[in-house]
Design a protein around this ligand. Structure first.
Ligand code: ZN
Length: 256
């Protein structure tokens, strides 16, 4: 009896070369979430799956489950989109690799597979077209991914007095809450300053529908504050040692 095939549409977020010309790719897919696929001979340029299984290629795969392992095998694959610009900009590539490591680190709930795939694709679009700065893309991805995987902070108002708007809030990365200037006490250590534009941006990232999430922009000090908060928030709630984050920092040029 022939193996039953399964369709999966997704982006290749990691590739590991194995013996000879084979490789294992990790795909963030709409239907199955994060999966691993064994691709025989894919490193050869003439291989029919070479393009569709390239890093950061968005493809449609027809797969079958392997009997001997939890790796899928490919029956058919076709390219839907290649983010060509990524390979020409090391800073963009480094961010995409960090985004991939984050996706592999968090637990993506089944009902969020499609949402997180769309987030990833949209973010690569914003990044490679320059619609958002590299720093904003990084912070936005960090915060939204955490929100979508069970760590949405409470940004509606001060956790003590519920004030919605004030000149300066303090963000508590450990508990995912904000405190206003009046309620903040000097012994509240480990809080990050967030001016009103920073809070507004955070609210967009945490609460807006994905289509509307990309309609704001941020620069200057508020962007710097957002970057600090989102990175700390990710490190606090996942793990601390992302090799791809170190690499990103080594090539990242801070925007003015
Ligand atoms: Zn307050």
């Amino acid at each position: 009896m022939a193996n039953q095939t399964i369709k999966a549409t997704g982006i290749v977020i990691k590739e590991i070369k194995t013996k000879e010309n084979d490789k294992i790719i990790t795909v963030l897919s709409k239907e199955l979430g994060v999966i691993s696929i064994y691709v025989k001979g894919a490193m050869r340029l003439k291989n029919k799956f070479h393009s569709a299984t390239g890093l950061f290629t968005y493809s449609e795969f027809i797969l079958f489950e392997s009997r001997s392992s939890d790796l899928y095998q490919i029956n058919e694959a076709s390219v839907k989109h290649i983010f060509h610009q990524l390979s020409t900009n090391v800073e963009h590539l480094a961010l995409a690799m960090y985004m991939s490591e984050l996706v592999c680190e968090v637990n993506v709930p089944d009902d969020m597979n499609n949402e997180i795939l769309r987030l990833f694709l949209n973010m690569l679009h914003m990044l490679t077209t320059g619609k958002w700065s590299v720093s904003l893309c990084k912070a936005a991805f960090e915060m939204r991914l955490l929100c979508d995987t069970g760590f949405r902070p409470n940004l509606l108002g001060c956790k003590k007095c519920a004030k919605f708007e004030t000149e300066i809030f303090y963000f508590d990365t450990e508990n995912g809450e904000i405190v206003c200037t009046n309620c903040w006490k000097p012994y509240d250590v480990g809080y990050y300053i967030a001016e009103m534009p920073t809070i507004m941006a955070l609210r967009y990232l945490a609460y807006a529908d994905l289509e509307k999430m990309f309609t704001f922009n941020l620069t200057g000090i508020p962007l710097y504050q957002l970057g600090q908060i989102c990175e700390k928030y990710v490190l606090e709630h996942t793990k601390y040692d992302y090799k791809t984050l170190d690499f990103f920092k080594s090539v990242h040029i801070e925007e003015k």
